[in-house]
Design a binder for this molecule. Structure first.
Ligand code: SF4
Ligand code: SF4
Length: 283
């Protein structure tokens, strides 16, 4: 029937209106209960995700508490404990960024050798599409998504091209914005460290046991007579080997006449054998 959709739409609007007033009444005496007071009349209002009514927010003095997984422009993490950038300038984030809005320049030492930290890091916030690929792919958990969405400026360039200094935040800031994710990452790091420590301990224990076993094993003690007998045996074996290799006693020169006669004899025997084979094959 003509006008049904219109009526349905008005019904939804009326429902929202009713829910809004009901919601306000539920919050008597104050709708600001549980909000975060930022001072100077500014506050962040907690609005449960399942709340039905439309709560009027006096923006910009009042803001809603953003959900943890809200993401806008990436930020670089500064490890306060170690006093260094987490970023190693590996460049993976720049490679995976779909609109290619990340530029990184790797730092180098006084000899010009590259080192694992960025000298410069830029993100063009006007191009970034908040996809979070950079944060997902970073192997060092060095880049995360910031919640700060109030980035309006008069000129796009250079104000919206953020450099390393503007992008860098202490890790505590990230921990406050993303508490669940931060806790999960810390747990993973702890587990990994625990595994590595257990492996190192097991290795050290195995080495110590090996050393102890080697120290405990008594060295073979032989009497002088036994040693003498072993030496004699070894000398005999060496002499036998030398003899079998040359057919003569080691160090003894063969008489040239005898050698000639031996070779003649060998030739004669070979000719005899060849003749015999010929006869056998002819029969
Ligand atoms: S932010 Fe991560 S992925 Fe990007 S260069 Fe630094 S360490 Fe590599
Ligand atoms: S959020 Fe997406 S578009 Fe923005 S810098 Fe990261 S990868 Fe690039």
């Amino acid at each position: 029937m003509f006008g049904t959709g219109l009526l349905k739409g008005l019904g939804v609007t009326l429902k929202h209106l009713r829910d809004t007033y009901l919601d306000d009444r539920e919050r008597v005496p104050s709708r600001y209960e549980g909000s975060i007071d930022l001072g100077d009349g500014e506050r962040i209002i907690r609005q449960p995700i399942d709340q039905e009514g439309l709560l009027t927010i006096q923006y910009p003095e009042e803001k809603r508490l953003l959900p943890e997984r809200f993401r806008y422009i990436p930020m670089l993490l500064w490890d306060t404990e170690k006093g260094e950038d987490r970023c190693t300038a590996c460049g993976i984030c720049a490679k995976v960024c779909p609109p290619q809005c990340i530029w990184i320049v790797r730092d180098s030492d006084e000899n010009g050798k590259p080192i694992t930290r960025p000298a410069e890091f830029y993100i063009d916030a006007a191009v970034c599409m908040s996809c979070s690929f950079c944060a997902e792919f970073c192997p060092f958990d060095a880049i995360k998504m910031n919640h700060d969405f109030e980035l309006a400026v008069y000129d796009r360039y250079p104000q919206l091209v953020y450099d390393k200094e503007e992008l860098t935040v202490p890790i505590e800031y990230y921990a406050a914005l993303w508490p669940t994710q931060y806790a999960a990452e810390q747990e993973l790091i702890r587990q990994k460290e625990e595994e590595e420590r257990a492996k190192a301990e097991a290795k050290a224990k195995a080495e110590a046991e090996k050393k102890a076993q080697a120290a405990e094993r008594p060295k073979a003690q032989r009497s002088p007579e036994e040693l003498e007998a072993l030496k004699k045996k070894a000398a005999e074996r060496a002499a036998a080997r030398g003899k079998s290799a040359s057919g003569e006693e080691k160090g003894q020169e063969e008489d040239p006449e005898a050698k000639k006669a031996r070779l003649e004899e060998l030739k004669r025997k070979a000719a005899e054998r060849a003749r015999q084979r010929q006869q056998e094959s002819g029969e």
